[in-house]
Design a binder for this molecule. Sequence first.
Ligand SMILES: [Zn+2]
Ligand SMILES: [Zn+2]
Length: 654
Amino acid sequence: MVVTGFIHHKPSLNKLIALVLSMGSLGVGYAYSVFAHTRELDILTWNTMLRGFVNSNMPRRALQSYTEMLEQSRNVPDRFTFPSLLKGCALSLEFKVGKILHGQVVKYMLHSDLYIETTLLNMYAACGDLRSARLLFERMGHRNKVVWTSMISGYTKNHCPNEALLLYEKMEEDGFSPDEVTMATLVSACAELKDLGVGMKLHSHIREMDMKICAVLGSALVNMYAKCGDLKTARQVFDHLSDKDVYAWSALIFGYVKNNRSTEALQLFREMAEGSNMRPNEVTILAVISACAQLGDLETGRWVHDYITRTQQDHSVSLNNSLIDMFSKCGDIDAAKRIFDSMSYRDLISWNSMVNGLALHGLGREALAQFHLMQTTDLHPDEITFIGVLTACSHAGLVQEGKKLFYEIEALYGIRLKLEHYGCMVDLLCRAGLLAEAREFIRVMPLQPNGAIWGSMLGACRVYNNLELGEEAARCLLKLEPTNDGVYILLSNIYARRKMWNEVKKVRELMNEKGIQKTPGCSSVVIDNIAHSFLAGDCSHPETAEIFIMLRQVKEKLKLAGYVADTSEVLLNIDDNKKEESVSQHSEKLALCYGLLKSKIGGRIVILKNLRVCSDCHTLIKLVSKIYQRQITLRDRNRFHHFKDGSCSCRDYW
Ligand SMILES: [Zn+2]
Ligand SMILES: [Zn+2]
C-alpha cells in the first residue's frame, strides 16, 4: 500500500487500521505506527484508532491520543468519538476525565444522542457516581431496554441491590421486558441481599418468559441460590446448565465451603479440575484451600498445592497467604514455612499467618524469631501480630518475654490493647500455673472479661486442680454463656478428680434442668481423600470389626510398655473397670486406630476433634507415637498436638 500510494487513500487506510487492530495488542503497535506516519488524518481514522486502543484494553492510550487529536489536527469529535472514550474512562476509572468529556459532549451538541448518553451513564456508574448516573437517566428523553439495564446494573455493581430491584419494578411499569443481562443483574442483586424469596420469584419469571439461560445468567442463579444457602437448588440449576463458565463452578464451590460442606466442595473441584476443561480462577482456588483448612485435609491440601503449581504461572500474595494458613491448620507447619520462605513479596497478612501458625503449633521461640525478623522489614506489626506473639509466649511457657511484650504493645508500638490481648495474658499466666496472679490481672484489667478469659481460667483450674478459683470461673462463665456445655463438663472434671460425686451429680442435674446436652465428641481422620468420622463407642463404620481388633492390639502393646488408663476425668462414680471401658472407646482412639490400619506405614496421621482431647487419649497417643513410630497430629478445639517419639508439642498443657 505504501508503494502503490494507496496508503493515502483514506477508506483503504481505515480498513487497514481496523484490520490490524482486530489482531489484538500486537496489531495495535503496528496500527499506531501506520497511523503516526500518515498525514492529514480524518476523523474516521482517529475514531478507528481510539476504538482500537479501548478494545485492546489500553484505555489510557486512547485518552492520550484524543488529546493529541484536539491539539494537532483540525478534526472535530463526532458522535462516534465519544462512546469509545467514555468506555475507556469506565475501564480505567478516570472519573475526572469522564466529567470533562461529558462537558465536551454538551459543547459539541451531542448530548441527546442515545448511544452517547448510555455510555455516559455507564461511565458514571462504573466510577461509582450513581447520583450523576441517575440524573442523566431521569433526563433522558428516550430510554430503551439497554438504558434501563445499564442503570439497574450500575446499582447492583455499586452494592445498592434494593435500588436495583426498585428500578426493575419501574422498568416493567414502563412496559419494557427484561433480557438475560437484566435478569442476571437482578439475580445478583438478590444474591447480595441474600433474599431467597425474591430470587425465586425472578427465577420462575425467567422460566415463564422461556428465557434462554446463558452462561452469565446461569452462574448468577447458581451464585444466588448458593449465597442464600439453598445449595440443593444451586446444584440443580448448575447440573442443568448447558454452558457452565468458571463463575458457575466457583459460585457453587464457594457456596459449599461457606455452608461448612467442604467435602462436597472438594469433590466438585476435582470434577472441575479433572473432568472439565475449565481453568479455575483465583476465587475457586481460594475457596478450595479454605475447604482443606476447614477439614484439616492435608492430603487434598497438598494435591491442590501441586495442582496450582502445575497450572498457575504465578501465585498471588493472597493465594500464598491462604496456603500458609491452610498448611498450618492442616498440621503441616513445615510446608507453611516453606511457602512463606519462597515468597518474594510478603505483606502483613503473610507475617501474621506465619507467626500465628507457629504459635498454634507450640513453636513459641520460632514464632518470636519470625516476629523479630518482621521488624527488620518496613512492615509495622498490628493487633493481630501481637495476638500471635502473645499466644506464642503462652504456648511455649515464656512468661517473662510475654509480660514484657504485653506492656510494649501500647507504649512502644502505639497499638490499642484489645480484649483478645488481655485474654492472651490471662492464658499465659494460667498455663504457667500462676493462677492467683491471673485472677488479680483479671480484677485490675480495664475491660470486662469475656467468656474466653474465664474459660482459660477454668481450664487451668482443671489442670492445676484448683477448686475455689475453678468454681468462681465457672460461675462467671455461665453468667456469660449459660448454654456452654463445656463449662459444666470442665467443672464436673474438677469435682470428679476430687471424688466429689455429689457435686458432679448437682452439675448434671443443673444441665438437665436447663436442657443442656453434652456435645458428643467427634473425631475424624482423612484416608484417600475421604474423611471418616467417629463418635465415642461408634460401631457404624463398615470396618468396625477391624477397628476394634486394632484397638485391642494397641492397648495390649501399650500395657506392656506400662500404660495405665487415666480415668480421673470420668464423670461417673462407677468401678474402675467400667471407667476404663468408657474412656477406651473415645472417638479419637477409634479415629487413631483407623488411621493406623489404613494409612501407609510410617505416614503421618492427622486427626481432627471437635472438643478438647481428654488426658487419657493424650497419654495413649503419646505412647502410640513412640511404639508405632508414627507422627500423629491432633487438632482439637483449641490447638494442635504434635505427637512424636512419645511426647507432645503441647508439653502436656492444653
Ligand atoms: Zn479421650
Ligand atoms: Zn498435646
